[in-house]
Write a protein that binds this ligand. Structure first.
Ligand SMILES: [Cu+2]
Length: 176
């Protein structure tokens, strides 16, 4: 009788141990699954929002817009750091060239090919002044303000614009 009691108590202990470890593993598995799901949700959310927030602005390079000839469809755009501007070669014969001393410090030269769509991702905040190389004296100029940073406004004001651009530039700079 005593032996039977000992035996059954051993069997019960073993069963309880197995059950406990089963529950334990189940909880661990559940926790892992939960963490994985949490990570996936956070990751896709971050991925989604960063792609939506990092926008692309499209500017067309045009021979004519209303009464103006040789123009960028938007002369001033304001964007966030990390945003991209895509200049579309809607009409032929145009390009985009950053003006020397007309961009924030640390920004490299940029000059696109004629007749080609071109894009630039703006990571450094500040004002960027650019023109179309063959039409820079015909008023084909544009400005991009990144991160609402206007700390290089004095450099922008001292750019020597030519011809028609000389008239247009001050108005545009005022609107930055
Ligand atoms: Cu042009």
């Amino acid at each position: 009788m005593c032996q039977l009691a000992t035996l059954s108590s051993i069997v019960i202990t073993v069963l309880v141990t197995i059950y406990k470890s089963y529950i334990n593993n189940f909880m661990k598995g559940y926790q892992m699954l939960k963490n994985t799901l949490k990570f996936l949700v956070l990751f896709s959310f971050t991925f989604f929002t960063s792609n939506v927030l990092a926008g692309t602005t499209i500017i067309e390079m045009l021979n004519k817009q209303g009464k103006e000839s040789m123009v960028y469809s938007q002369k001033v755009v304001k964007i966030n750091p990390g945003d991209t501007v895509l200049w579309k070669a809607t009409d032929k014969g145009h390009n985009v060239e950053f003006i020397k001393d007309g961009v924030p410090e640390g920004v490299d030269k940029f000059k696109s090919k004629f007749n080609k769509d071109t894009e630039y991702k703006f990571t450094i905040p500040g004002i960027y002044a650019y023109w179309c190389t063959p039409h820079k004296s015909m008023g084909m100029i544009g400005f991009v303000v990144v991160g609402n940073d206007k700390s290089n406004i004095d450099a922008i004001k001292s750019i020597r614009f030519m011809g028609r651009s000389k008239k247009i530039a001050p108005e545009l700079i005022k609107s930055l």
